[in-house]
Design a protein around this ligand. Structure first.
Ligand SMILES: C[S@@+](CC[C@H](N)C(=O)[O-])C[C@H]1O[C@@H](n2cnc3c(N)ncnc32)[C@H](O)[C@@H]1O
Length: 340
């Protein structure tokens, strides 16, 4: 099965519709009270996107309830049957609980300890921190009935399924609050950059479309970027007087430049087709190296437009990720980078 997790059970409806829309009518398995759906693993995921899923466990096998030792042994066998020795791997073990959502304690913690020991002995080395999303990835999800879904992807598959995967265990992440940021929206760009595994480098240009009050520009500045911020309303005072921030009181959709820009980001409140315009302006023309655009929905009636975003994404020369961030409300985020 391919398992798809979403942010909360509130998103099961949109996720289910999206799975049908994307992969055609088929049986979708639900799990009572869990933000989780599954489809048959004959379905090809490559070259597609599931925006309402925070993380997926592609080609997962289901292990029946058993003792922890037996289950750990079976998981280890599955991993060893698929991955060659002498490599570092990402290893995520979590329980999917009705009450707490993704939990890395209890049964999953014990299983992880056993796996770490067993795998190291076989020369497979779980990475201490998941930074490199191009490594092989093993995801182990303990379900409420103590059955376990195990997805093992080698490095080629991890690259192929990049949009479905997450650097966060079980897809769950809560960017720490930062009282100094001008708005809580800063969490979105932080989370998007973690997912992309890329940050702004010192001296790069960061074009922030729809920037007020400045949460994203603030993060860009923290990372040493030069900011060009566009909005009809000004940014917070400290950003307005920062000499590395150029504020333009203008319509962000009309902004053009001949320069090649490292980062173009948008959190503009607008209808989804306008974000397609931004993709045409900046991404199709390859005017930027990295982009992060939120796609905001007014209601469920807007969701089918995701199909058009997916088609467009497939045509780009960029590595593209389309997913709902933990920090997204009724929106998803499309992000990408030029794969040079
Ligand atoms: C959600 S807020 C952005 C929050 C910002 N990312 C932050 O971290 O503080 C959206 C902004 O888009 C701006 N906006 C909407 N339409 C715009 C347009 N056509 N041009 C420029 N800004 C626009 C609004 O004025 C608003 O400030």
């Amino acid at each position: 099965m391919h398992y798809f997790l979403c942010k909360t059970t509130q998103w099961l409806g949109p996720l289910k519709s999206e799975l049908v829309e994307t992969f055609g009518p088929q049986q979708i398995h639900a799990f009572p009270k869990l933000p989780l759906l599954a489809i048959n693993s004959d379905i090809e995921l490559e070259d597609n996107f599931v925006a309402f899923s925070t993380v997926a466990l592609p080609h997962a096998q289901l292990l029946a309830e058993d003792s922890i030792s037996n289950q750990a042994k079976q998981i280890e066998e599955l991993i060893l049957s698929k991955l060659e020795a002498n490599q570092t791997i990402n290893l995520d073990v979590f329980s999917m609980t009705y009450k707490f959502g993704v939990l890395e304690k209890g049964r999953s913690e014990i299983i992880k300890e056993k796996l770490m020991k067993g795998l190291r002995a076989k020369k497979l080395f779980p990475a201490k921190k998941k930074k490199n999303m191009e490594l092989a990835i093993v995801q182990v999800m303990v379900l409420g009935d103590r059955s376990i879904a195990v997805s093992v992807l080698n490095s080629d598959e991890a690259i192929k399924y990049r949009t479905y995967l997450s650097p966060f265990v079980g897809g769950f992440n809560n960017v720490e609050d930062n009282k100094k940021a001008p708005s809580r929206a800063f969490k979105k760009i932080v989370e998007a950059q973690l997912i992309m595994g890329r940050k702004t480098k010192e001296g790069e240009t960061f074009v922030d479309l729809g920037a007020c009050p400045g949460g994203w520009s603030y993060i860009g500045r923290q990372q040493g970027a030069n900011i060009i911020a566009l909005d009809r309303s000004p940014l917070r005072e400290d950003l307005m007087i920062d000499e590395k921030v150029e504020f333009k009181k203008a319509d962000a959709f009309k902004f053009v430049t001949d320069e090649q820009i490292e980062w173009v980001v948008s959190d503009i409140i607008c209808l989804p087709p306008r974000i397609m315009e931004l993709i045409q302006t900046w991404v199709v023309s390859k005017k930027c190296q990295n982009f992060v655009f939120t796609i905001k929905f007014q209601g469920e009636a807007d969701y089918p437009i995701l199909k058009e975003f997916k088609e467009l994404a497939r045509s780009l020369d960029y590595k593209v990720i389309l997913k709902q961030l933990n920090a997204n409300k009724n929106e998803v985020t499309i992000m990408g980078w030029l794969d040079s």
